[in-house]
Design a protein around this ligand. Structure first.
Ligand code: F6P
Length: 361
């Protein structure tokens, strides 16, 4: 039976989404001879009953296929919270566009919403995890994470030279919502001296002591601090008169102010908020590979009529899980007792207060 399948991208964009679209279209058309349509702007496209035809050569530019290395999503995306208020219109839209199955590429929030719609409408849904936050349960990596880590490491490399030249403490605020994966991976890979993530409590005094040790003990006059946007106010901070309360001026600025205070303004700090730069750029080879394999397996799942499942990367393989199980385990946070945290500590990185793993000699 010739099938007509739909594909959409939902939630915040990230590099690698177009690679999934490319793999789905190529495999569905070349292997199965199906029709593939894109649904623009996720559930908004369903609501408006819009589709765009996708074919293998439709985007070729002089024989070059740009989807492999183009960031963002050619389908557009939305990350609004009011989608379920329009459930009826979206469900009728899904019926109207007459697709046999839907591949949805989304993160934690989007998968939850689309799964609820799929249950209501009896959709044939296959989900693919994407998010630079890497906080989707059961998958070791979600599309976009590796590229974002590389982008941050590149920024740390650049900041390190200017930090060293001026004997400054550079604070780099990175995304990740409630999860510290982005900060942890990039901080270790970039050679940070301090990494602050939401999952591990820290103290301002601990950071200041560490900076003092670097300066006086190791003659290292500069430092790199990676701060996750999701950290809380330090437990010992009772300074309600702070000119920079944490939710108003950003976490990086908050830490900078505290370091200035604890060093009697002797330490010169600068803050870089990387922001949406982390969501842009050319997808890394690893993201392209993951995206391509996810796209291929998603099409195969539809051929096998296995629905309501999300693809995941585990131990070098693509495996699948019921979407509902994934949602029940989201978000997937950093394990404070995991290998990466221990590795960071063994390298002398300050990462928090209560989890020091110093071995007795
Ligand atoms: O979930 C991805 C993410 O980039 C987070 O890391 C960040 O907090 C958020 O999205 C930013 O969302 P928006 O693009 O709506 O500003």
């Amino acid at each position: 039976m010739k099938r007509r399948i739909g594909i959409l991208t939902s939630g915040g964009d990230c590099p690698g989404l177009n690679c999934v679209i490319r793999a789905v279209v190529s495999h569905a058309i070349q292997t199965y001879d199906w029709e593939v349509v894109g649904i623009p702007y996720a559930t908004q496209g369903l609501l408006e009953r819009k589709t765009v035809p996708l074919s293998i050569h439709s985007w070729n530019l002089h024989g070059i296929d740009p989807l492999l290395n183009m960031g963002g999503t050619i389908l557009g995306t939305i990350n609004r919270g009011d989608t379920l208020a329009h459930a009826d219109e979206i469900l009728s839209g899904y019926e109207a566009i007459a697709i046999d199955a839907l591949i949805a590429i989304g993160g934690d929030g989007s998968l939850n919403i689309i799964h609820q719609l799929a249950v209501l409408g009896n959709w044939h849904l296959v989900a693919i995890p994407k998010t630079i936050d890497n906080d989707v349960a059961f998958t070791e990596r979600s599309i976009g994470f590796d590229t974002a880590v590389n982008t941050i490491v590149d920024a740390i490399n650049r900041l390190t030279f200017t930090a060293a030249s001026h004997d400054r403490v550079m604070i780099i605020e990175v995304m990740g919502r409630t999860a510290g994966h982005l900060a942890l991976y990039s901080g270790i890979a970039g050679g940070a001296d301090v990494i602050l993530i939401p999952e591990v409590p820290y103290s301002i005094q601990g950071i200041c002591n560490h900076l003092g040790e670097l300066r006086h003990g190791w003659q290292r006059q500069f430092a790199i601090i990676v701060v996750s946007e999701g950290i809380s106010v330090s437990a010992e901070d009772t300074d309600s008169a702070s000119s920079c309360m944490i939710n108003k001026c950003g976490k990086g600025q908050y830490i900078a102010e505290k370091i200035a205070n604890c060093s009697n303004h002797l330490i010169d700090t600068r803050v870089s908020v990387l922001g949406h730069i982390q969501r842009g750029g050319i997808p890394s080879a690893l993201d392209r590979l993951t995206a391509t394999m996810f796209g291929k397996v998603a099409v195969d799942l539809i051929a096998q009529e296995q629905y309501d499942r999300m693809l995941a990367w585990q131990n070098g393989k693509v495996v699948t899980f019921p979407i509902e199980d994934v949602i029940n385990h989201n978000p997937s946070l950093v394990d404070p007792h995991g290998d990466l945290i221990q590795t960071a500590q063994c390298l002398g990185i300050y990462i928090g207060e209560d989890i020091l793993v110093k071995k007795s000699k």
